[in-house]
Design a protein around this ligand. Structure first.
Ligand code: 3PG
Length: 309
C-alpha cells in the first residue's frame, strides 16, 4: 500500500524517520508531501495514495474525491474537525485520530502562556502568581486531566466542567478536581479558564459574553483548543469593558491584528499553531498513526475510528 504523509506543518525529522521504518517494515511504501503551500500539490499527492497521515491539514470533499484508492486517513492528533468525515464515510474511507498522543505538549504550553499572561509578558511590571488561584477547565479529556495535574503542582484550586464529568462528578476526585454541573458555574467559580473542548456543532461560539462575564474583572482565558469555540465579538467586548482581562492562545483570533493593537500584552497569540509542536508529540502521534494504519491493513483493526461506516 502507498501511505502518504501530507503535512503542511511537518513532523520532526525523527518522527518522519520512525514512521517510515514502521511503514516499510510492514511492506508498505511511504510517500511524503511536506510544507505544501498549494492545495493542488495535495490533490496530486493523494491521487494514488491508499492511506494518509495528516495533522491540521484540510481533508475536504475535494481532497477525498481526488483519492480514489484511499481507504484510511489518520489525523495524527486529537481534533479531527479538519476532516470531512461525512464525505469520508460516503467514500468508504475510515477516519481515525490518535487520542492522547500529543496531549502533554498542549498541557505544558497552557502553563507557558498562563505564566506569560500572569507576569505581563515578562515586561517587569507587577504580575500575579498562580498559587491559590482558581483554575476552571472547560472540558476534561486527555489534555484537561494533564492540565489539572500540573495546576495541582502550582497549588491552584481546580474546577472542571464537561457533560460526562457532570454526570459522574466523583471522577474529578481522582485528579483533585471539583466537578461542576454547568459551564456557567465553572466561569462563576474560576479566576482563570482553560479551554479544552473539541470543535463541533455543540461547542462552536459557546464561549460567549454570558460565560466570559462571569469571570472576575482581571480574569484570564487560555485557548489551546480551537479559535471557533470562542465568540470573538464577545471576547473583544469583554476585553474592552474590562481593562485587566487577558486572553492567550496558540491559535490566532480571526481579528488578530486588531486585537494585538487594541489589547497589547493582554492578548497573547503565537504566530503559528504550536500547542502540539514538540518533537515528543510528533513522535508519539506520528508513530501511533503509522501503527494504526499498519494494523488496519493487516487485520482490519478500526479501534480509533471516528466516522460512522
Ligand atoms: C490536535 O488537535 O491534535 C492539535 O490541535 C494539534 O494540531 P497540529 O497537529 O496541527 O499541531
Amino acid at each position: 500500500m502507498r501511505i502518504l504523509i501530507a503535512t503542511e506543518k511537518p513532523f520532526a525529522p525523527e518522527a518522519v524517520k520512525q514512521i517510515g521504518e514502521i511503514i516499510e517494515n510492514a511492506g508498505h511504501q511511504l510517500l511524503l508531501l511536506e510544507k505544501y503551500t498549494d492545495k493542488k500539490d495535495l490533490l496530486n499527492a493523494v491521487s494514488n495514495a491508499d492511506a494518509m497521515i495528516v495533522r491540521s491539514d484540510i481533508v475536504d470533499k475535494e481532497v477525498l474525491d481526488a483519492a480514489p484508492n484511499l481507504k484510511i486517513v489518520v489525523r495524527a492528533g486529537a481534533g479531527y474537525d479538519n476532516i470531512d468525515t461525512q464525505t469520508a464515510t460516503g467514500n468508504g474511507v475510515c477516519v481515525m485520530n490518535t487520542p492522547g498522543q500529543n496531549s502533554n505538549a498542549v498541557a505544558e504550553i497552557v502553563f507557558g502562556m498562563l505564566l506569560n499572561l500572569a507576569r505581563c509578558g515578562f515586561d517587569g511590571t507587577m504580575g500575579s502568581e498562580l498559587k491559590g488561584k482558581k483554575l476552571g477547565l472547560h472540558a476534561f479529556g486527555n489534555i484537561g486531566k494533564l492540565v489539572a495535574n500540573i495546576a495541582n503542582g502550582f497549588g491552584m484550586e481546580v474546577f472542571a466542567f464537561s457533560p460526562s464529568l457532570a454526570r459522574n462528578p466523583e471522577k474529578g476526585k481522582e485528579f483533585n478536581v471539583t466537578a461542576v454541573q454547568t459551564p456557567e458555574e465553572l466561569y462563576e467559580k474560576s479566576d482563570i479558564v482553560s479551554l479544552h473542548m473539541p470543535k463541533n456543532q455543540h461547542t462552536l461560539q459557546t464561549v460567549n459574553y454570558n460565560l466570559l462575564s462571569k469571570l472576575p474583572h482581571n480574569g484570564m482565558v487560555i485557548n489551546t483548543a480551537r479559535k471557533e469555540v470562542v465568540n470573538e465579538a464577545d471576547l473583544t467586548r469583554i476585553m474592552e469593558e474590562r481593562p485587566k482581562f487577558k486572553y492567550a492562545t496558540d491559535i490566532r483570533l480571526s481579528v488578530h491584528d486588531e486585537a494585538a493593537e487594541k489589547f497589547g500584552a493582554r492578548y497573547l497569540a503565537s504566530s503559528k499553531k504550536c500547542g502540539a509542536q514538540t518533537a515528543e508529540a510528533n513522535i508519539n502521534a506520528g508513530l501511533a498513526a503509522a501503527n494504526q494504519i499498519v494494523k488496519f491493513f493487516a487485520d482490519g483493526d478500526e479501534t480509533f475510528r471516528v466516522n460512522p461506516k
